[in-house]
Design a binder for this molecule. Structure first.
Ligand SMILES: [Zn+2]
Length: 288
């Protein structure tokens, strides 16, 4: 399926939907809706962002019937990664493995245990493709911007070092933002990893290590989460509108951060778009 950016039709307006993460990863999502409303103004249909329930809950899991839930579990099982150094996905191996992972995914969808999903890895591109099929056909155009906050940690395969790498965001249709990915994907300071290795091998309490580096990276339930997510929201908007989501300026919210320090700099210390990107979005909103 190919998509054309609505910017080719400057009069077109956007529908924007935000899907909540599961309760264990919740944050004040209304603040992000307001941020998008303030950014897009009249270019947003009804000047309003629609907040929806968690993606799978929204489309399948809340049904009384178990069949759609089983279907969702099977889809999540298809996307599971077993070993970060093996490109082939376990689901594609044999039927026994398929049954095993599907049963495990059904438990996760039932909420047992509530935040366990962050321990597992998923194939980002396959997850996006499968999630796209849940979206009603009438909303599968680029005038409809779906941003899904998921509790799953997803990865993509990197050919240069032949292994999977965790990602905070997958841009496409729909856009996926991983709540655990926000914490785990951008790297922490190098010294942190060296010391963590030392702590682990000498049996020292990891709490002390976390205290030493406190504030230098995002943690779960971090008060800075919403601010950090604004950059990913803008990347989603710029990708959909202009097919150009990134910036090389480390103080621009569109900077593609690979380190936590870069993420905190672009989103917290700077917290704005560079001059060039501010102008691009202004021209779009003003309809020029
Ligand atoms: Zn920029």
């Amino acid at each position: 399926m190919s998509y054309k950016p609505p910017v080719e039709n400057p009069g077109s307006k956007l529908f924007v939907y935000l899907y909540k993460p599961t309760t264990a990863f919740s944050f004040p999502i209304e603040m992000l809706a307001q941020f998008i409303q303030d950014t897009l103004k009249d270019k947003l249909v009804n000047n309003e962002v629609e907040i929806r329930e968690e993606f799978l809950q929204n489309y399948v899991v809340s049904e009384e019937d178990l069949t759609p839930r089983k279907h969702a579990a099977e889809i999540m099982a298809r996307c599971r990664i077993e070993d970060i150094k093996v490109e082939q996905l376990p689901y594609d191996k044999d039927e026994k493995v398929q049954i095993f992972y599907t049963a495990m995914e059904l438990n996760l969808l039932e909420g047992i245990p509530p935040d366990r999903c962050r321990d597992y890895l998923y194939h980002g591109p396959r997850l996006m493709e499968n999630f796209r099929n849940f979206i009603p056909e009438s909303e599968r155009t680029l005038e409809h911007l779906h941003i899904i906050f998921t509790d799953r940690l997803f990865c993509s395969w990197n050919f240069s070092d032949a292994r999977y790498h965790a990602r905070a965001i997958f841009l496409g249709f729909p856009h996926l933002i991983s709540m655990p990915g926000l914490v785990e994907a951008p790297a922490r300071p190098r010294e942190y990893y060296i010391k963590r290795h030392l702590y682990a091998s000498s049996g020292l309490p990891v709490d002390e290590l976390e205290a030493e580096f406190a504030g230098q990276y995002l943690i779960y339930k971090d008060a800075r989460t919403v601010e950090a997510l604004k950059g990913y929201i803008l990347q989603s908007l710029f990708y959909t509108l202009f097919k150009d989501p990134f910036c090389t300026d480390p103080d621009c919210r569109l900077f593609n951060s690979h380190w936590q320090s870069e993420l905190l700099r672009s989103q917290l210390e700077s917290g704005k778009l560079c001059k060039n990107h501010s102008e691009i979005i202004k021209q779009y909103v003003d309809g020029k």
